[in-house]
Design a protein around this ligand. Structure first.
Ligand SMILES: *[C@@H]1O[C@H](CO)[C@@H](O)[C@H](O)[C@H]1NC(C)=O
Length: 318
């Protein structure tokens, strides 16, 4: 890890490429997290549930995972409907076609980190890099706040070479400042071989079974602060959360360097299970239907599958 950090500092080169700003209506499922002062992202997958990366919470004490006595709320701030972090509402004076709504801050009620995530497990430390937060109450949905569908279960095994997917976030730009306007990058999904070749030292953490990689052409990579946010695929049947930003090469902004994501489809069952646990505990469940059926999981074909064995993911940007 020290080595990675060192390399990051040395290669802190301001590349000429300026990341594209996302539009205000882009990724309305995006949750902006501030975890003990460090930014991370998340995705609203259902009315009050946010999927993020486990490593975002490495510094949060386990006994602060619930909000008794406001402990979780003190460690994790969470905002929805946010486009610019330096103004609230986002709209700029004199600029047309912007929506003027205040950011929606909702206290987290409970955090669940994948049981088999272990930041101290060496090469395995980015396996199962997934976490889910239950908000204290659901946000009011709007043009700026919407949830995103989970992928088809089968996407856990799928190759997506040449598909182009989109990531948004407020992570570090090549000038080493965190973005204050939501950024958007489009990445071409690449093969296991191409990913391994590009990852360099970070290759040791890569598990092709549970990670997926994407590559830009002009130095677009994810970076510190993007972790936990989503990479999403748009198709005629809708937009799906395919990955969670997890790791990458330490020199973010390197032309042609891959960015690594948790394959969300391999965790569909885990996500549903965690939500079920919460909703079973709750007297005020909205409906008696099983959660899985209410979660919007895109199914290409019906096929039963267990979640066995497919986990893993590593994060660099803790
Ligand atoms: C993104 O938005 C910021 C703030 O409005 C602006 O200063 C910057 O020039 C924009 N960047 C691009 C690439 O359009």
């Amino acid at each position: 890890m020290f080595k990675l950090i060192l390399i990051f500092l040395i290669f802190n080169i301001a590349h000429g490429y300026e990341f594209q700003n996302a539009t205000q209506l882009e990724s309305p499922w995006y949750a902006y997290l501030m975890v003990l002062g460090e930014p991370c992202g998340g995705s609203l997958v259902k009315d009050q549930y946010i999927v993020s990366a486990a490593h975002c919470f490495n510094k949060v004490k386990k006994d602060h995972y619930t909000n008794e006595e406001g402990k979780l709320e003190a460690a994790v701030k969470l905002k929805l409907g946010i486009w610019k972090t330096d103004r609230d509402p986002d709209c700029e004076p004199g600029v047309d076609d912007q929506i003027c709504e205040y950011h929606v801050e909702i206290p987290p009620n409970e955090l669940k980190v994948h049981e088999r995530y272990n930041p101290n497990s060496g090469r395995e430390r980015y396996k199962n890099d997934i976490a889910i937060i239950q908000l204290t109450w659901p946000p009011r949905m709007s043009e700026l706040i919407k949830n995103i569908d989970l992928p088809d279960d089968d996407d856990c095994y799928e190759e997506f070479e040449e598909d182009v997917w989109t990531v948004t976030g407020f992570g570090m730009k090549p000038d080493k400042e965190y973005a204050t306007t939501k950024k958007r990058i489009d990445l071409r999904m690449i093969s296991k071989e191409e990913c391994e070749d590009g990852l360099g030292d970070a290759k040791q953490f890569y598990d092709p079974k549970t990670h997926i990689c994407g590559k830009g052409t002009k130095g677009e990579t994810t970076c510190v602060g993007d972790s936990g946010g989503g990479i999403f695929a748009k198709s005629s049947s809708g937009t799906t959360l395919q990955g969670v930003v997890s790791f990458g090469v330490s020199e973010c902004g390197t032309v042609g360097a891959p960015s690594g994501f948790v394959r969300v489809a391999c965790y569909n069952d885990w996500i549903s299970e965690k939500i079920d646990e919460w909703e079973d505990d709750s007297d005020e469940s909205y409906s008696s239907k099983s959660v899985k059926s209410r979660l919007n999981i895109k199914r290409k074909k019906q096929k039963s599958k267990t979640s066995s064995g497919i986990y893993g993911f590593f994060s660099l940007f803790g």
